[in-house]
Design a binder for this molecule. Structure first.
Ligand code: SF4
Length: 406
């Protein structure tokens, strides 16, 4: 099973597949060759992540050592209000056109038939994949909070890499992931930190793929850090909890009580897992506590109604959460032609007007480096520094998680 290389979360997914006895590997990171193949096999009107993930598939099947009998591609599947559910249809057509009709694309639908679609690997897989991805989010948060303040270059990255290797091994071996997070916490505790020079803290929100994929967002986190900032990013796991909310909403409309009960139990288990894996980082992370989906939707309420499904409502809600947490600016990223992204960027202009001089920056990515992007980021960071001086530094997240349940 070949997993798209969106971020290090893909390695957790691959480890969960392998834990179930299914050979899995993560595709190489996207690069210029990816774009070349992706653009060659798309019309230019598709979402940018569709172009990147299609290009990665074509790049892989074009390898001289590609074994057409030995591989299947994994791709997300979805209904809902945007084009994500069409990626695998497009990619099926592309592989067919290239003569790879026999290479499967495995795209479980994230709607109400998700659990049936995941039947080939079983429910153990879902729990292992979920826990692995949350764990990656937690150590990534620790990396983002430590790296801008480290006094020994590379120390935070080394702690992150060691923690990632450890947690992937634990997922594979069905070990105790909470203990792995405790070990990660100890590693980050040892990273030498100097916070005497306050840095503006920038929230990164926006479309799921471009937000998480450094190649697609042209390494926006590195650029903000190079300009003297610290980044807090909306976690990848946020999307999966939101998916539970959407499934419940759909089932409520259909009056499917049994599904709602099953979905609620699933959501409860996932939330407890999230809290158990976050808890070892309490006291270390300032960006420790993620608000529940319902709270994020409440925060978006003044701008977009929760019945408007998709990324827009979460992007807006998360931006408001960052403002409420006292951050010094928000960068919202979206792929070129993204439907929810276009909506959220328009709405965020209103939010900006309503929050006085709070610095907002909308960034749109299509794979081409724009000459003005760096200048816009520099101007934004200048505003963020000014805002920080007026508002003061971000304080630690004092929220307590519910009592440990396991
Ligand atoms: S969220 Fe945007 S980029 Fe992603 S599939 Fe939907 S429309 Fe495309």
């Amino acid at each position: 099973m070949l997993i798209p290389n969106m971020s290090d979360h893909a390695h957790a997914l691959a480890a969960a597949f392998r834990q179930q006895g299914m050979p899995a590997e993560v595709l190489p990171e996207p690069d210029e060759e990816t774009l070349m193949w992706g653009r060659r096999h798309t019309s230019g009107k598709e979402c940018f992540p569709a172009i990147v993930t299609t290009g990665d598939m074509v790049k892989f099947v074009k390898r001289p050592d590609f074994d057409r009998d030995g591989y299947a591609f994994f791709m997300g599947g979805s209904g809902g209000p945007c084009r994500f559910g069409q990626y695998n249809t497009l990619q099926r057509m592309v592989l067919d056109d290239l003569g790879f009709e026999d290479v499967p694309i495995y795209a479980p639908h994230q709607g109400r038939h998700f659990f049936d679609d995941m039947g080939i690997v079983g429910r153990d897989f879902l729990r292992a994949a979920w826990r692995g991805m949350v764990a990656v989010d937690m150590i990534f948060k620790a990396l983002l909070e430590a790296r801008p303040h480290e006094t020994e270059a590379g120390a935070a990255e080394a702690a992150y890499r060691a923690s990632l290797d450890d947690l992937l091994d634990v997922v594979l071996q069905r070990g105790d992931l909470v203990r792995s997070m405790v070990r990660a916490r100890r590693r980050f505790d040892k990273v030498p930190i100097d916070r005497s020079q306050p840095k503006p803290v920038i929230g990164l929100s926006g479309e799921f793929y471009v937000r998480a994929n450094a190649f697609s967002n042209q390494h926006v986190i590195d650029k903000i850090e190079a300009l003297g900032g610290e980044v807090w990013m909306a976690p990848v796991f946020e999307w999966f909890l939101y998916r539970n909310f959407r499934r419940d909403m759909r089932a409520a409309l259909d009056g499917d009580l049994l599904f709602r009960v099953k979905n609620r139990i699933e959501d409860e288990v996932m939330t407890r897992d999230e809290h158990a894996l976050a808890r070892p980082f309490q006291g270390l992370l300032r960006n420790f506590h993620e608000p529940p989906t319902g709270d994020v939707l409440d925060m978006a309420e003044g701008y977009v109604h929760r019945s408007f499904e998709g990324e827009a409502v979460m992007t807006v809600g998360k931006a408001v959460d960052f403002i409420d947490k006292g951050l010094h600016g928000v960068v919202s990223v979206m792929p070129f032609t993204c439907m929810p992204g276009t909506i959220s960027h328009a709405i965020l202009k209103r939010a900006r007007a309503e929050h006085g001089d709070f610095p907002f920056l909308n960034m749109v990515y299509d794979g081409n480096e724009q000459a003005t992007d760096q200048t816009r980021l520099e101007a934004f960071m200048h505003q963020a520094v000014g805002f920080m001086k007026r508002r003061g530094p971000v304080h630690a997240d004092r929220d307590e998680l519910p009592a440990a349940s396991h």
